[in-house]
Design a protein around this ligand. Structure first.
Ligand code: CTP
Length: 424
């Protein structure tokens, strides 16, 4: 899913932009529309607002009720400059139909309306679908302008040949079919070097990763085999999609990413305190850490000597269940995902029981009876157990599995994001 900014300029074929939006949204993309004044003569804002589910902008000084957010995004807290925010967030900018006048402005770098200012401010791939009368299209000025745009890397979707808008006219200049325009946009997205869906922009994601260590004495501890790989992969993916990510890392010795904030913790109690402190500000909690369920009741301050001992009995006590406690006091709009390590058969029903008991939105289960996946392995294979069903995620690199889990989180949050956008 990508965020497509669609610029609609004046022309009879502006109505085809409606069909383009329908195709794009059906393919899972989020679309925002900027119209030129002239295009309003052909199709009104209400039509585009209706099909995109988001406000349409025309003027440069017009406030954007959605504050630059695309459908499915949470709106930012501040009031950004509308066209700058839209181009910052979009993954591609398509101008369809692009009139001869708009093409001339784009080629010349003019910025005298919102559509062209946005184009000048955008670093996203630009796709231009010309539509005009055949003589205007064939005019050397238009040809030269299109050649200039193509040289700069703009994708031009060539117009078709057929009946033109004016009665009885036939020739080249018809807007390409909406499916062709969408194809060009998707092509541009797939080849854009730095393309990453900014679908979590403005979202605060809290991830716990690694495994806690509970001291027995000053050197020994009760620990577990969690490496933190899955948690860090989730954090990386959320950050790649634009989220503001904090990781509570319990004994993780893996490389860190610059864009992510890490808080180091060691014991279950430290993890619990840090998670409680950070949770209030989080929209999503991904509780991937393996938290000790038991800890030594009375850890020794010094090292326990082995002299004069035949054995050692360490009494353990229960730790608190951080996830269940936080789920019980969550605010509306917060999403909580648990992670369960289960052995073999019956993993999914057991996870479903945990989901209900801990009141989670979903629980990601991995089968720790398999040596090729899970603890400290590069790969994983999980099942995402939600309230409405189970999604099996086939074996893949932890980064791929993380992307599928984040997709599932986005799907779970779609109604929340829409509610925020409507209330913006
Ligand atoms: N969890 C937690 N606090 C604990 C133990 C677990 O927040 N004291 C969280 C984990 O981070 C994980 C989920 O709860 O997201 C796993 O739940 P659960 O399966 O109950 O923990 P396990 O110890 O793995 O399972 P079991 O009870 O079956 O031993």
């Amino acid at each position: 899913m990508a965020r497509i900014l669609l610029g609609v300029s004046g022309g009879i074929s502006a109505y085809k932009a409606v069909e383009l939006i329908r195709l794009a949204t059906r393919a899972g993309h989020a679309v925002r529309v900027i119209q030129t004044e002239t295009s309003l003569e052909f199709v009104g804002r209400a039509t585009f607002a209706g099909v995109t589910g988001a406000p349409v902008l025309v003027g440069e000084f017009e406030a954007d009720p959605a504050r630059g957010a695309f459908p499915g995004d949470p709106a930012p807290d501040h009031d950004p400059i509308s066209h700058l925010e839209l181009v910052r967030r979009c993954d591609a900018y398509a101008i369809a139909p692009a009139s001869a006048n708009t093409i001339a402005k784009l080629a010349g770098g003019l910025a005298d309306n919102l559509l062209t200012s946005a184009a000048l401010a955008s670093t996203a791939p630009l796709v231009v679908a010309p539509a005009m009368n055949d003589r205007m299209y064939e005019h050397p000025a238009t040809r030269a302008n299109l050649a200039t745009l193509a040289e700069r890397g703009t994708r031009i979707v060539p117009p078709g040949t057929g009946a033109l808008a004016s009665k009885g006219e036939w020739g080249v200049g018809r807007l390409a079919e909406p499916s062709q325009v969408l194809g060009a946009v998707e092509d541009a997205l797939s080849t854009a070097v730095d393309y990453a869906p900014r679908s979590l922009d403005g979202m605060r994601v809290l991830v716990t990763a690694g495994g806690t260590r509970e001291p027995i004495d000053s050197v020994r501890y009760v620990g577990n085999r969690s490496s933190g790989r899955m948690g860090l992969a989730l954090a990386d993916e959320a950050a790649r999609r634009g989220a503001d990510v904090t990781v509570l890392a319990a004994n993780v010795s893996l490389p860190r990413a610059e864009a992510i904030r890490y808080v180091e913790v060691e014991t279950a109690a430290e993890l619990a305190a840090a998670t409680r402190a950070e949770f209030r500000a989080a929209d999503v909690l991904l509780m991937a850490a393996a938290v000790a369920d038991f800890r030594p009741v009375a850890p020794e301050a010094a090292k326990i000597p082995k002299t004069d001992r035949d054995g050692l009995t360490v009494e353990l006590e229960r730790t608190s269940d951080v996830l269940a406690e936080l789920a019980a006091e969550r605010s509306p709009g917060q999403t909580l995902i648990g992670f369960a390590a289960e052995h073999g058969e019956g993993a999914v029903p057991r996870a479903r029981e945990k989901l209900q008991r801990k009141r989670l939105d979903a629980i990601v289960v991995n089968d720790i009876s398999r040596p090729d996946i899970g603890f400290d392995a590069a790969d994983n294979e999980v099942a995402i157990v939600g309230r409405d069903g189970v999604q099996h995620v086939p074996r893949g690199a932890k980064a791929e599995v993380a992307a599928t889990i984040i997709d599932a989180v986005e799907a779970l949050r779609a109604p929340v994001a829409h509610a925020k956008l409507e209330g913006a």
